[in-house]
Design a binder for this molecule. Structure first.
Ligand SMILES: NC(=O)c1ccc[n+]([C@@H]2O[C@H](COP(=O)([O-])OP(=O)(O)OC[C@H]3O[C@@H](n4cnc5c(N)ncnc54)[C@H](OP(=O)(O)O)[C@@H]3O)[C@@H](O)[C@H]2O)c1
Length: 367
C-alpha cells in the first residue's frame, strides 16, 4: 500500500517528489508579497528575493559552525554534502567569513560550490587580522582589506566575491575609508556588492553615502527582535536588504534544547539559554509550538517562515552542521501566514517578556 505523506513530513523533506505525491494543496494561505506565479510554484521551488539589487534564495545557509565556534570543526567530507544538498533544494545564498575557522569555512564553501559557479551567491566577511590561525584584532586599514579580499577570493575559488561584508567595525578606521576601499575593489571586479555586519544606523548611512550598501547582517529572530526598532527603518529607507544571523536563536526556536541540564555550549555562552532565561522563554516557545501544530510544521520552520514574512527584503541564513537539520530548515519555505495570522502572532509574542536579549538601544552603537 502506498504510504500517505503527511504535510509535516512534506515540510521536513521539502522535495519535489513529495510535492508530486500530494493531491491536496500543501501550503497555507499565501503571503501578500508573492506573485501568482510564485504561489503556483511554491511547493516545489525556492522563492527568490532581492537584497538591494542582489537576487538570492529566500532562505540561505549559514556555514559558520561547520568550521567550529559552536562545536569542534567538522570534517569537510561531511560538510560539503550539506552545502551541495542545500543547493539542490534551491538554496543559492551561502554565508561564510574569513574568521570562521579561521579560513576553514571559506575553504569548505569554495570547494562545495565550485561546480555551481554563476548559479550561487556567496557572501563572506573581512575585519580581522590573524597570526597564523589566531585572530589578533580588528584591522580595516585599506591595505589590509585588500590583502583579506585576495585571501577570500583564493579560498572561495572565485574571481569576484558576490557579497563582501565588513564583519565588525575597526574603531581606528573611519567607515568612509572602508567604503571607499570597497568601492575601488568593486571597480576592479573583485567584489560585486558591499555589506555591513553589526553596525549602527549612523554607520549604515555614512557607508551608504560613499558606496551603496546591499545588505546589513545582524542577529534577528522571533526572540531577538530589537533590530526592528532602529535598523529596519534605515534598511527600508535606503533599499538595503537585511540578513538575520541566529534566525533559530542558535537552536532555541527549534524547541529541541529545552533541558538545561543537557545543554552543550549554549549553557555557558548564550544569554537566552541561561537557566532563568530558558525558563522565561518557554512562554514564547509555547506560542511557536502552537503555530507549528496549526501549520503542520515544525517549530523551527515556523520561526524561519515568520522571519521571511516580516519584510520582502529579509533573508535568514540558518546555520547547521547536520544534514537533517538543513533539510528541516529549508522546509520553512513552504510555511506561509496570512496578514491576519501575522497580526495574531505579533500580538501573542509581544505579550511575552523574553529574557537574555539585547536592548533596542544597543543597536544604536557599532558592536
Ligand atoms: N555577522 C555575524 O556577526 C554573524 C554572527 C554569527 C553567525 N553569523 C552567520 O549566521 C549563520 C547562522 O547563525 P548561527 O549559526 O549563529 O545561528 P542559528 O542558525 O540560529 O543556529 C545555529 C545552531 O542551531 C542549531 N540548529 C540549526 N537548525 C537546527 C534544527 N533544525 N534542529 C536542531 N538544531 C538546529 C545548530 O546545530 P546543528 O549544527 O547541530 O544543526 C547550531 O548549533 C552562521 O552560520 C553564520 O554564517 C554571522
Amino acid at each position: 500500500m502506498k504510504k500517505e505523506i503527511s504535510r509535516r513530513e512534506f515540510l521536513l523533506a521539502g522535495t519535489a517528489v513529495a510535492a508530486a505525491t500530494l493531491a491536496a494543496p500543501v501550503v497555507g494561505a499565501s503571503p501578500a508579497w508573492e506573485s501568482e506565479g510564485q504561489r503556483n510554484m511554491q511547493s516545489t521551488t525556492m522563492p527568490k528575493r532581492y537584497l538591494g539589487d542582489l537576487e538570492v534564495s529566500a532562505l540561505g545557509l549559514g556555514c559558520m559552525s561547520m568550521a567550529g565556534i559552536y562545536n569542534p570543526p567538522q570534517p569537510k567530507e561531511k560538510m560539503i554534502p550539506i552545502i551541495r544538498s542545500a543547493f539542490e533544494r534551491g538554496v543559492t545564498f551561502f554565508d561564510t567569513a574569513e574568521a570562521y575557522g579561521p579560513f576553514l569555512s571559506e575553504e569548505m564553501v569554495g570547494e562545495a560550490l565550485e561546480p555551481f559557479k554563476g548559479k550561487v551567491v556567496i557572501a563572506t566577511k573581512f575585519a580581522f587580522s590573524f597570526n597564523g590561525t589566531q585572530a589578533t584584532g580588528r584591522d580595516s586599514r585599506p591595505e589590509h582589506i585588500r590583502q583579506a579580499v585576495e585571501g577570500c577570493l583564493k579560498r572561495l575559488r572565485v574571481e569576484t566575491i558576490d557579497l563582501c561584508y565588513l564583519h565588525r567595525i575597526d574603531p581606528n578606521v573611519p567607515i568612509e575609508d572602508v567604503a571607499l576601499t570597497v568601492k575601488d575593489l568593486i571597480r576592479e571586479g573583485k567584489i560585486r556588492y558591499f555589506g555591513l555586519s553589526e553596525v549602527s544606523p549612523n554607520t549604515i548611512r555614512r557607508a551608504h553615502a560613499v558606496q551603496k550598501v546591499t545588505a546589513v547582517q545582524s542577529e534577528y529572530s522571533m526572540v531577538e527582535r530589537v533590530m526592528e526598532k532602529h535598523i529596519f527603518p534605515v534598511c527600508e529607507e535606503l533599499g538595503i536588504g537585511f540578513v538575520p544571523w541566529g534566525p533559530t536563536a542558535r537552536g532555541l526556536l527549534t524547541d529541541k534544547y529545552n533541558d538545561f541540564s543537557q545543554l552543550d555550549y549554549r549553557r555557558a555562552a548564550i544569554s537566552y539559554f541561561q537557566k532563568e532565561a530558558l525558563e522565561a522563554n518557554q512562554a514564547l516557545l509555547a506560542i511557536i509550538r502552537d503555530w507549528a501544530e496549526r501549520k503542520e510544521a515544525t517549530p523551527v520552520q515556523v520561526a524561519l517562515s515568520w522571519i521571511i514574512a516580516q519584510k520582502p527584503w529579509i533573508v535568514p541564513i540558518p546555520g547547521t552542521t547536520n544534514p537533517d537539520h538543513a533539510i528541516e530548515n529549508i522546509g520553512a519555505k513552504n510555511v506561509h501566514f496570512t496578514q491576519a495570522e501575522l497580526a495574531e502572532i505579533r500580538n501573542s509574542i509581544e505579550k511575552v517578556t523574553v529574557m537574555g536579549v539585547r536592548t533596542p538601544d544597543q543597536t544604536l552603537a557599532d558592536q
